[in-house]
Write a protein that binds this ligand. Sequence first.
Ligand SMILES: [Fe+2]
Ligand SMILES: [Fe+2]
Length: 213
Amino acid sequence: MRLLVARLLRPFRWRSSHGTARMLLDFARAERSSYFDMMEAANVTAEPARKAQYLAHAVDEARHAKMFTLRALELDPSLAADPSLYQSDFEHLFTRLGEAKFLAFVHLGEKRGRAQMKLFREELHALEGTARADTRTKALLDAVMVDEERHESYSLELAKRFGGSFGAARFWEFRRNWLRAGGVVTGAVYAVSMSVLYLLLFPLALIEKSRAR
Ligand SMILES: [Fe+2]
Ligand SMILES: [Fe+2]
């Protein structure tokens, strides 16, 4: 679904340095969020081999977040004070899901993330030689994808070993996204209804005020 949306939005990508920088900051936020989840996994896991794997994964994600942020700021230095530079979505996934489902979830996320990066990399490759070419961002995606492929394969191997259900991980993610979307819609409905109520009550308030004089 996310890949389909990314494909549909292709005509709007790579049009301005600011737009590309914003998109790279979104990537940086996702990488930062993964860093926190992998650090939690490394801290909670007692078995040394897996602890080391989770820690190495966390270090990779922190590096990716920095790389995307630096490239974004290179493209648009005006974003240096943007609050999104420090934001992340740490959800304590390891402790909430348990190791098996967490690993299945991580594998699906890595697979999806790499597919999106691959798509963007191909788009940039097609733009080479044109005014919209961006070889530095393309090289950045190439470098990051090498690590993402490793994350994708080790998490698959561990998810299988621990019996992590990909169906259950997908369902959990679907439910989480559904609840998030519900929260956004509820907020918007509340704002609209309060505005309408204010507009409807405003004339009554004026009448009441004139009667009180
Ligand atoms: Fe990453
Ligand atoms: Fe990753």
